[in-house]
Design a protein around this ligand. Structure first.
Ligand code: AMP
Ligand code: MG
Length: 400
């Protein structure tokens, strides 16, 4: 039944061979590096914390002094940002969270476990050496790797880099993605919808996806169904972009000019993939730019972007992990008549912690993608029985 069709995994393997990481690296202020891909492993230039300090508001003491009694003379006050004097034997220092432990002290008693007078403090609890002390280098050792190369930097990563004083980070330059949309039936929202016309929804979906994956986008808009128009925009895009992604025109209908246009301007592989939605996919090269032609059906172009363009793009961006991680989840529905092709079903979490299925899986029904929480990855020909464990790709994972 799948004769002549390429499996998703075969197509992905071939596709990824053609994905080459961008060569250019730029030093970006750490404050602007969130969302970018780190080009070199980042090591710490210092110990964190940089000195032994107190984890609590309380009293710094020498544990050995407390054999003689639990009432200690109050010496100094040490605030965060200050430096204390050596602790005199038999005394305690008032200390605040983050303040350096004074030389000679080896423990902190939290203020809740004390009774303080004006010049003494009475300890209601005997500390062990090390209590409420954060030791130098206990979080990060000088020279330790704090961020691996190929990581897409999250806000907490840039915070971590800043916490060891790193002012700039080496990141790959952004990938420039060119987009265009084929189809004489397409009009933009705001224009009158003449009979037979439809709105160019893929432009919104695909541009949003390109932006969600930190691309610079060149959007060439709607291209008429003609060989010359398609070739012209391809030539232009090939000069300006790393990757050209298109929607529509990759079937073998009479108005499908993407195939002959890419063949005339570059090289093209036409694939029929054993997946649903999204059977046709075109992959090629125009000049130095890579080309991926997605089907026009709105659900198909959304799903094939996530399954094929996403890993291709992530590899081009220099990211070390490109495969999405599926999770096991419970299907709370029957799917008795599976397709012979691998299916990506639009499903949503229910309050019972299982997955519900959108009532139609038609590849023209964009509503299903907006309703869903992700895609159920169903093996070819597999009938799902209610209660069964299935492989689920949450949007949260697919959009990372
Ligand atoms: P095609 O792949 O060009 O044969 O298009 C397949 C189906 O998707 C047709 O019903 C088209 O009208 C529709 N379609 C193509 N491009 C878009 C688009 N940009 N936005 C919404 N629907 C589209
Ligand atoms: Mg078309």
């Amino acid at each position: 039944m799948n004769k002549g069709l390429l499996s998703v995994d075969e197509a992905l393997t071939q596709l990824l061979v053609g994905a080459v990481r961008v060569a250019d690296v730029e030093d970006l202020p750490t404050l602007e590096a969130s969302g970018r891909v780190l080009a070199r492993a980042q090591r710490s230039t210092m110990d964190v914390p940089p000195m032994d300090n107190s984890a609590m508001d309380g009293y710094a003491v020498r544990a050995a002094d407390l054999k003689a009694g639990t009432k200690l003379k109050l010496g100094q006050r040490i605030m965060a940002g200050a430096v204390g004097r050596p602790l005199e034997p038999g005394s305690a220092a008032r200390i605040f969270t983050g303040a350096p432990i004074p030389p000679g002290a080896d423990a902190v008693v939290m203020q809740e476990d004390t009774e303080a007078g004006s010049d003494f403090v009475l300890l209601k609890k005997i500390p062990k050496p090390g209590d409420w002390v954060r030791y130098v280098g206990s979080d990060i050792r000088k020279g330790a790797e704090i961020l691996p190369a190929g990581k897409r930097l999250l806000p907490q990563d840039t915070g971590l880099a800043a916490s060891v004083g790193i002012k700039t980070l080496a990141v790959y330059r952004r990938v420039r993605m060119g987009l265009f949309f084929t189809g004489d039936e397409l009009v933009m929202p705001g224009e009158p919808l003449a009979p037979g016309r439809i709105y160019n929804s893929n432009r919104f979906t695909l541009r949003g996806l390109a932006q969600a994956f930190d691309c610079e986008v060149n959007d060439y808009g709607i291209v008429p169904d003609s060989l010359e128009a398609t070739r012209e925009v391809l030539r232009r895009a090939a000069h300006q972009c790393d990757l050209i992604v298109t929607s529509g025109g990759v079937s073998v209908g009479e108005a499908d000019y993407v195939k002959p246009a890419v063949e005339a301007e570059g090289r093209l592989l036409m694939w029929r993939i054993a997946m649903k939605p999204g059977r046709p996919l075109a992959f090629g090269k125009v000049g130095a730019a890579s080309f991926i032609g997605l089907p026009g059906n709105p659900v198909s172009s959304f799903v094939t972007f996530l399954i094929f363009v996403r890993p291709f793009l992530l590899k081009t961006q220099g990211r070390s992990t490109v495969e999405p991680k599926a999770i096991a989840a419970r299907a709370d529905f029957d799917w008795p008549e599976p397709d012979a092709r691998r299916e990506f079903l639009r499903v949503k979490w229910n309050p019972q912690g299982g997955l519900d299925l959108y009532h139609t899986q038609d590849s023209a029904v964009l509503t299903s993608t907006a309703w869903a929480d992700g895609l159920l990855d169903n093996p070819a020909g597999h009938a799902i029985r209610k209660g069964e464990q299935v492989s689920f790709l949450p949007y949260a994972e697919l959009f990372r």
